[in-house]
Design a binder for this molecule. Structure first.
Ligand code: PLP
Length: 284
């Protein structure tokens, strides 16, 4: 198994970065997770655009062109023999003696690993999964895909300990922002498909963007607005979207069953459409 570290493909077991990498000390870096379907990257351009935005918001110099990055990631997947799975790409500001102020002449550090897809349990898709709600304790720039993921780790751990798949985070006003590693969606009793607008309060998921387009094309009534915990509990359907979960039905939030406790029609339709979107890329 191989990893990519700063211009080289190295054995996974001996892939290392310097102890004074600012990613390690300050979480001063960004990342992307891009799905592979049939050996093709899923919505690569959108991921590269978001990466560019994350880097420029943090004023980290772009270390290589989109073409070079694509070549590296593709090569990494091929060397590892991975056709269905994902690649993780991380870029940090660089290595320098520990000081909060940006180092002069920092050289961004680029690492990447490829991973085979973990099969999603058929029961999860058919029956849906549980989400819990937790306070959103993150910073005010959740729109940047930074490697500062301690709140996400704490939230996901709380979810696991509660027998849940995901934790939906809520803001000070009691409105859901998003999952720890996914975007949150509901269908209201009136049949509106709702997800929170892409502001600084959430990461604008690539899956989210694609599902919005699929929903519009399918003629579903789509509304971008914040929704409360109370509304989530009273929803007819709920689901999450992410690069690795695709469209995952949520059939219980905290102790409340959602709708009739089974994945609803909007959720099933959007999941099928998203799977078809991936299949199309895989077959292209
Ligand atoms: N929101 C957060 C906080 C995330 O970490 C992620 C992905 O990891 C998402 C949403 C979903 O984004 P995407 O669909 O681009 O994977």
């Amino acid at each position: 198994r191989f990893a990519y570290v700063n211009g080289r493909f190295v054995r996974y077991g001996s892939a290392t970065v310097h102890i004074e990498d600012r990613g390690y000390q300050f979480a001063d870096g960004v990342y992307e997770v891009i799905a592979l379907a049939g050996g093709k990257f899923v919505d690569l351009d959108l991921h590269l655009q978001r990466l560019d935005r994350s880097l420029s918001e943090l004023r980290i110099e772009r270390p290589m062109s989109d073409r070079a990055l694509t070549f590296v990631l593709d090569n990494l997947a091929k060397r590892n023999g991975i056709r269905n799975g994902s690649v993780y790409l991380q870029i940090t500001r660089g290595v320098a003696p520990r000081d909060f102020v940006f180092p002069r002449d920092a050289v961004p550090q680029v690492v990447a690993v490829a991973r085979r897809a973990k099969p999603i349990a058929q029961t999860a898709i058919e029956d849906g999964v549980k989400a819990i709600t937790i306070p959103d304790i993150r910073w005010a720039r959740c729109d940047i895909k930074s490697v500062a993921l301690l709140p996400a780790a704490l939230g996901k751990q709380a979810a696991r300990e509660a027998g849940a798949y995901e934790a939906w985070q809520y803001d000070r006003d009691g409105f859901i922002t998003e999952g720890t590693s996914s975007n949150a969606w509901i269908v209201t009793p009136d049949g509106d498909l709702v997800t929170r607008p892409a502001t600084n309060a959430i990461l604008n998921g690539i899956t989210r963007l694609v599902v919005i387009e699929l929903a519009k094309a399918a003629g579903l009534r789509f509304v971008e607005r914040p929704f409360s915990i109370k509304e989530a509990h009273a929803a007819r359907e709920a689901f999450v979207t992410s690069t690795t979960s695709f469209v995952m039905p949520i059939t219980q939030i905290d102790e409340t069953p959602i709708g009739n406790g089974k994945p609803g029609s909007f959720t099933r339709e959007l999941r099928e459409k998203y799977m078809a979107h991936m299949a199309e890329i895989a077959g292209a």
